[in-house]
Design a protein around this ligand. Structure first.
Ligand SMILES: CC(C)(COP(=O)(O)OP(=O)(O)OC[C@H]1O[C@@H](n2cnc3c(N)ncnc32)[C@H](O)[C@@H]1OP(=O)(O)O)[C@@H](O)C(=O)NCCC(=O)NCCS
Length: 104
């Protein structure tokens, strides 16, 4: 194996089906050979075949090489342009929230 991408499908209320890329990784010794671009293009192709209108993913702010990689491929930085915050419930906060759910 030289690299992988992991993806799944999500839905926007207004835009419909999207493909979410959870991870894209190329082993260091194989980088710069077009493999990352190939994997990214493959996820885009799979998404298009499944009628997705977006390919969405998150990148940590310190990961500037990857940010640059995506931006040069035409990705839009939604944090910069639309101000989205990435939020998460986990641990006790998730337990508390789940325990407060109303009865079905
Ligand atoms: C990001 C990553 C997947 C790129 O894979 P790669 O195989 O090295 O990239 P490629 O060789 O396919 O590069 C494709 C194109 O992007 C460009 N590119 C690659 N790295 C770049 C960088 N740091 N800045 C600008 N452009 C870059 C290449 O020049 C190439 O351009 P071209 O299509 O015009 O020739 C790889 O560096 C990686 O696995 N990084 C660690 C894991 C990671 O951070 N993943 C992202 C998590 S969101």
């Amino acid at each position: 194996m030289v690299g992988y991408s992991l993806y799944f499908f999500t839905y926007s209320t207004w835009k419909g089906r999207s493909v979410f890329m959870e991870d894209l990784y190329v082993m260091p010794e194989y980088r710069g050979k077009g493999i990352g671009k190939g994997l990214l293009s493959k996820v885009a192709q799979v998404g298009k075949e499944k009628q997705c209108v977006r390919l969405q993913f998150s990148v940590l702010d310190w990961n500037t090489p990857s940010l640059d990689f995506y931006i040069t491929k035409g990705a839009q930085d939604l944090t910069a342009s639309e101000g989205w915050h990435s939020l998460r419930f986990s641990g006790e906060a998730l337990d508390k929230l789940a325990s407060e759910a109303p009865e079905d």
